[in-house]
Design a protein around this ligand. Structure first.
Ligand code: FAD
Length: 391
């Protein structure tokens, strides 16, 4: 196991078991050999390299978290390091896993019946089924707890869904999309496993993104989409259950933010060592060292925070405000870090060839999705003052 130089306080070595280190090392080697070389090309073409799904599954990246599929006992800190590792090489691949594993499989794990878990989780963990998670709508983003307009109407043994979704990752090619909709009868948010071949379901790719270009985000329209009661998530009874899914994934986005920051920082360090100006490597100039050290300070502080949040998850102590603070802090620190790393690379910092540009651009999406910095701040603000500023 080769520790990362950017893990300055050696968290990996100190906290992971030998089994976890081996799994992480294997994933790292595959990402370096098979993903890093193609990342800029797919990013520029705005295409997702679907050939990565099978190896991701073989490395356990879609299976580690679930009772039904985990190859060995593992900790939330280890799964955090997996999220970090994916984003350190490419944040779009990390986001694919975040959607497939955290959001789609996570919805089934949190809110599915035992039978639904048994049926779907192994298929999602093996990559046989690609999943998406449809919560956000054109008119409802931060306020999706109360603002959802998509409706679900019970008709006999079926449910009929109508509405629109926006920004849904993987949704142009997913086999199923978890659709969150308001029950017309009781006004509560419920979740549905919608096979994307169902008549009335239509997904259109969002073009022109400048961030996470590989991820296929879609606008979805649902026109009298009919699904049986057996595809309603049996334990999703209100938005509280949707929020329970997001509580876990938010902490993983914080880990991915650390990975994205590290990806940019490592590219900047490599550049600073080889680029010469004024007759010496730019890394020998004091102000360039200052930028690199500020990056490392942000990374190391964020890493301490996400490690602790994951330890609290394993100890059953993690609350909404804990993951919200980690997400708000780590993504803000990431945004600052990728900008400094890009600064180190000068003009070459804005072209894909030098890698840092991809991390710089991708950071923007991580900053906004799964709760913007403002919304996560307000969740923490509510916890420390007892006053909810957003209701
Ligand atoms: P808005 O809610 O319109 O917010 C705009 C601005 O106003 C933000 O700065 C926000 O912080 C601020 N604001 C809003 N309300 C308040 C308030 N009360 N106080 C202070 N500030 C406020 N969604 C899914 O369901 N599934 C996905 O797979 C998915 N993938 C995504 C992938 C990408 C690349 C992106 C960009 C988004 C994705 N999303 C997905 C949606 C994402 O979760 C939303 O973009 C996010 O929740 C913010 O919503 P919004 O974009 O509608 O912004």
């Amino acid at each position: 196991f080769e520790p990362l130089a950017s893990d300055f306080y050696s968290y990996e070595s100190a906290l992971l078991s030998d089994r976890e280190k081996d799994a992480l090392a294997a994933l790292r080697a595959w990402l370096e050999s098979d993903v890093r070389p193609i990342a800029n090309e797919y990013w520029e073409r705005a295409e997702f390299p679907t050939q990565v799904v099978k190896p991701l599954a073989e490395h356990g990246a879609l299976a580690f978290a679930w009772d039904e599929t985990r190859p060995f006992e593992n900790s939330a800190v280890f799964r955090g390091f997996v999220a970090l590792e994916l984003a350190r090489v490419d944040a779009s691949i990390g986001t694919f896993v975040g959607v497939q594993n955290g959001l789609a499989t996570g919805s089934l794990a949190v809110a599915g019946s035992a039978e639904q878990r048994r049926e779907w989780i192994p298929k999602l963990a093996s990559g046989e089924v690609v999943g998406a998670f449809g919560l956000t709508e054109p008119l409802s983003g931060s306020d999706s707890a109360r603002g959802l307009r998509t409706t679900a109407r019970r008709e006999g043994d079926d449910w009929v869904l109508n509405g629109e979704k926006r920004w849904i990752g993987n949704a142009t090619w997913s086999d199923i999309t978890i659709i969150w909709a308001k029950d017309e009868a009781d006004g509560q948010v419920k979740g549905f496993i919608v096979p994307t071949s169902t008549p009335g379901y239509e997904a259109t790719k969002i073009e022109g993104k400048i961030s996470l270009r590989m991820v296929q985000n879609a606008d979805i329209t649902l026109t009298d989409v009919r699904v049986p009661e057996s595809l309603r998530l049996q334990n999703a009874n209100s938005f509280r259950d949707t929020a329970a899914v997001l509580r876990q994934t938010r902490a993983e986005v914080a880990w991915a933010a650390v990975g994205t920051a590290i990806g940019a920082y490592e590219a900047a360090v490599a550049y600073a060592k080889r680029r010469e100006q004024f007759g010496r490597a730019i890394g020998s100039h004091q102000l360039v060292q200052d930028l690199l050290v500020k990056c490392l300070g942000n990374i190391t502080a964020s890493l301490g925070m996400v490690v602790r949040v994951s330890q609290m998850l394993d100890a059953g102590q993690q609350r909404d405000e804990h993951s919200a603070l980690a997400k708000a802090y780590a993504t803000s620190a990431m945004r600052e870090t990728v900008a400094w790393a890009r600064e180190v690379c000068g003009g070459n910092g804005i072209v894909l060839d030098y890698d840092v540009a991809r991390f710089f651009a991708d950071a923007e999406a991580l900053y906004s999705y799964e709760g913007t910095r403002e919304m996560n701040t307000l969740i923490v603000g509510r916890a420390i003052t007892g006053e909810a500023a957003f209701v």
